[in-house]
Design a protein around this ligand. Structure first.
Ligand SMILES: [Zn+2]
Length: 265
């Protein structure tokens, strides 16, 4: 199974991740703020990797699905799927752009299939009253089956920890550095994982011996309250302090532009 990943945006200004195989292609969120940028991503993915099987929407904040993106997806005939608790919140936020019942639909179940992807939604604790979900994606069969965990926008990682078992690839937010947050206060940061919480999640998952992903990508870094080197450094230091080998390659997703394409081994 050749499975690939690319991040198109990853910050509070916009979030959009892509996963694809030879025969199937999905996005997780499409929080791209202009029609032109959104068309470039949607049409670019479709030209290179075939029709999009759908967009999985994590929650109803505008940096994950906004009006322009909803319009472009509807034009392209691409369905956005969100949890049944998040759909009314998205419709309220998107107004006219979210009114098309065919373009924005609830997940068919807690576990469902989108193209070649088996999707499991995980409820995440984020901002009060905002129904928020991460995803476990499974694709392929037998020894070539791959497991991906995507979790962004959460303040407590305990809901995610059990799902990391057997993951081959993890995308997790590392939103802020506490010292930079102290210098640049933002009340909304409390709804996100600090670098230290993300590092502790990864250490615990590896420590218990059941999680050894090949690669971890840290995302949704705050522009003013984090830096790439602080986020990756915190994870590396946490493993070193515990005397643990870090079994995965580690990198951050660019905030405002596309990442390179990563093959998920
Ligand atoms: Zn959010």
């Amino acid at each position: 199974m050749n499975l690939f990943f690319r991040s198109f945006r990853s910050s509070s200004a916009g979030n959009c991740l892509a996963f694809w195989t030879a025969d199937s292609s999905i996005l997780v969120d499409c929080g791209v703020q202009t029609l032109g940028d959104c068309r470039a991503i949607v049409h670019g993915q479709q030209d290179r990797h075939g029709p999009l099987d759908g967009v999985l929407v994590t929650h109803a904040h505008g940096d994950h699905l906004g009006g322009p993106a909803a319009r472009v997806l509807a034009e392209a005939g691409v369905v956005a799927y969100a949890h049944r608790d998040a759909v009314p919140q998205l419709r309220a936020r998107l107004g006219k752009a979210g009114a098309d019942g065919r373009a924005l639909r609830p997940f068919p179940g807690e576990r469902f299939t989108l193209g070649e992807f088996d999707v499991e939604a995980i409820r995440l604790p984020h901002a009060p009253g905002v129904a928020t979900f991460g995803f476990v994606l499974r694709v392929g069969h037998g020894s070539r089956r791959r497991k991906v965990v995507v979790c962004t926008d959460l303040h407590d990682a305990s809901a995610v920890a059990p799902h990391l078992e057997g993951a081959d690839f993890v995308f997790v937010e590392a939103n802020h550095d506490p010292e930079l947050l102290r210098r640049h206060p933002n009340p909304n940061s409390r709804y996100h994982l600090s670098n230290g919480k993300t590092a502790a999640l990864l250490c615990r998952a590896v420590e218990d011996g059941r999680c050894s992903p090949g690669r971890v990508v840290l995302g949704h870094l705050s522009e003013r309250r984090n830096r790439d080197s602080l986020a990756t450094g915190e994870v590396e230091d946490a493993f070193a302090r515990r005397g643990l080998d870090m079994p995965f390659a580690l990198e951050t997703a660019p905030k405002f532009e596309p990442s390179r394409t990563i093959g998920i081994e």
